[in-house]
Design a protein around this ligand. Structure first.
Ligand code: PMP
Length: 309
């Protein structure tokens, strides 16, 4: 089954259309120049129906990304939030991955086009663990990406912009072609940045360490994990991390809306925690899963219940 053959409804510029009719023109500007901004959001089944995790934070980041690339989203934030809820209910989903995308249309061509309209689409579908059902339990093997490295001056990596993902795709392709599950991307100073679509954490001496937000995305799962660690009295240090430190750490894991909390058991053939997911990683993963499924009262305000249609 290919994505465009799924059944359902997609929200496009204010109304729902049939999944198969959610089409755009070949001269869509963003398709040519990578100038779109997007989000990856998840809804999970809870005792009181599906609930979207940190909907407001994701929507705020979408609007921030648009600001960073100079794009004006032609809808109010509350409309985009409501449309994400409706994309879940309209498609009768209990668990959902939600993909809002804002892009320039086919009103003009060339870098200098000045008559472009911003269009918004929101699709939602059921998507299991991004890095694999087995991998989220048993962990993944990661390759430090030799190329390309991130230059903080060259791009706005804090924006979740479509063009940024060329860097991610090159790194991921390199890792996959060498038989690994995911890439670990470095900065121009050779410090660890992030995965192709995940933030990175290591555990050393019962503390979490994660790269500062310079050339990495301000991940919403990253923020959540830092808070869950705090609840366990575990401190998180945000600082530069060398590759050597990664090779010698006690535990490591990736976080992301799609990847959730995925243990890393090997980096460049160096086993982490004897090749097994670490105890703190497993604890944080379990607490994260409880939270998103509405079993953690303290954070219920992060869950937006989706009304049945
Ligand atoms: N870094 C990159 C490059 C990503 O694409 C993602 C996924 N959005 C993340 C980190 C993790 O961010 P979040 O936890 O908000 O999904």
């Amino acid at each position: 089954m290919i994505m465009s053959d799924l059944q359902g409804q997609i929200w496009m510029d204010g109304t729902f259309c049939d999944w198969k009719d959610a089409k755009i023109h070949i001269l869509t500007h963003t398709l040519h120049y990578g100038t779109g901004v997007f989000e990856g959001v998840r809804a999970y089944e809870t005792e009181s129906g599906p609930a979207i995790f940190r909907l407001k934070d994701h929507t705020d980041r979408l609007f921030n990304s648009a600001n960073l690339v100079g794009m004006q989203i032609p809808f109010e934030k509350n409309i985009i939030m409501q449309a994400q809820c409706e994309a879940v209910s309209q498609n009768n989903l209990k668990n959902a991955y939600i993909r809002p995308l804002c892009f320039y249309g086919s009103e003009g061509m060339g870098l200098r086009a000045d008559n472009l309209k911003v269009h918004c689409a929101i699709a939602a579908w059921d998507w299991g663990p991004y890095l694999g059902a087995e991998q989220i339990i048993n962990g993944i093997r990661v390759k430090v990406s030799p190329f390309p490295k991130r230059n903080p001056e060259a791009m706005i990596y804090k924006a979740k912009a479509t063009g940024n993902y060329i860097n991610s795709m090159l790194a991921l392709k390199d890792a996959l072609s060498h038989g690994y599950d995911e890439a670990l991307i470095l900065g121009t100073d050779n410090s660890v940045n992030e995965g192709s679509g995940e933030n990175f954490f290591l555990v050393k001496d019962n503390k979490l360490v994660t790269p500062k937000l310079v050339t990495v995305l301000d991940g919403i799962t990253r923020k959540t994990i830092i808070q869950l660690a705090k609840d366990l009295d575990i401190e998180t240090l945000e600082r530069n991390i060398s590759v050597d430190e990664v090779y010698e750490c006690d535990e490591a894991f990736f976080t992301g809306t799609a990847a959730e909390v995925t243990p890393i058991i090997e980096v460049d053939d160096n086993k982490i925690n004897n090749g097994l997911p670490g105890p703190l990683t497993k604890q944080l993963q379990a607490n994260y899963f409880n939270l998103i499924r509405g079993k953690h009262d303290k954070y219920n305000e992060w869950l937006t219940r989706v009304e049945k249609k």
